[in-house]
Write a protein of this length. Sequence first.
Length: 360
Amino acid sequence: MLIFRQMFDPVSSTYTYLLADSASREAVMIDPVFEQVRRDGALVEELGLTLAFTLETHIHADHVTGASLLKRRLNSGIAISAASGAAGADRYLKPGDSVAFGPHRLGVRATPGHTAGCVTYVLDDGAMAFTGDCLLVRGCGRTDFQGGDAHTMWRSLHEQILTLRDECLLYPAHDYRGLTVTSVGEERAFNPRFGGTRAEGDFVGYMDNLGLPHPKQIDIAVPANLRCGRPDNYEAAMPDSLKDPDWAPLTLTFAGIWEIEPEGLAEVAASVRVLDVREPDEFTGPLGHIKGATLIPLGQLAARASEVPKDKPIVAVCRSGGRSAQATNILAKAGFDKVANLAGGMLRWRAEKHPVEGGT
């Protein structure tokens, strides 16, 4: 069975796609965004997948790819069109090539026009295709820079994408209105730029008069993406939002919550403050509590957050990890920047035989 996820970067309006085989757990990711690498890596790890390759549909001008950073974190390969001019990839793709993940294949079709190195990836059963900026939902990518050409785009659309069956779902690299997917039949009929009875001259006239400003990040994104997103210095280039906390061995979940394993908490217990957010009868009940823990029930935490000192990082604890996950959100809103959730809560803490006070 195919595992499929569509993810969104709100800053650049970029879609990133994860496809994986449920049996082998092998996966590929299309068009990752640098600032979203932590989120994307968390999903790969939570689903128990092995990321074989990141794939680029083209050299992006509006964001830096996360390909190099994902390779550093997950040991994934980087694949990109041989016509892109990019350096540092592990595989350079040509028309007719395919990229495998488990028994599945993504076929490579050259679809230049937005840039000279644009490609579209088509799933082997023809059920879906990933069109990058060549075809957008009721639109298409601009053709006025990076080797773009409206006549070339017209041929790419009509020879490589609109020749797929009508039911084939098309997933673009961007959308600026919240639209997520379209189909070959829809775009052939309704696309205002090239659909219906429109001729090549109509299309070229439309594209040559878009009058769009250049992307704000173009001077940063294009040079970086010509290196597959590899910075000269990873640490210097890393925004604070992508730097791992250094006060404990933490893992970010796909839900955006920092978690610490019971063993990790046991190692740093002396340097953190444990905040138990259960009810008082649970705190003194059969599961007991962690030595030195402060009790503030979750329902009171927002009003009493000022009672929690900020001299140490906070690890929130509850029975199973659910209420304490919400506690981390409440604390973050209250200005705490070093907060984590105990994975599995007291149930797991006790199951792994860590010491408790009270309980049975």
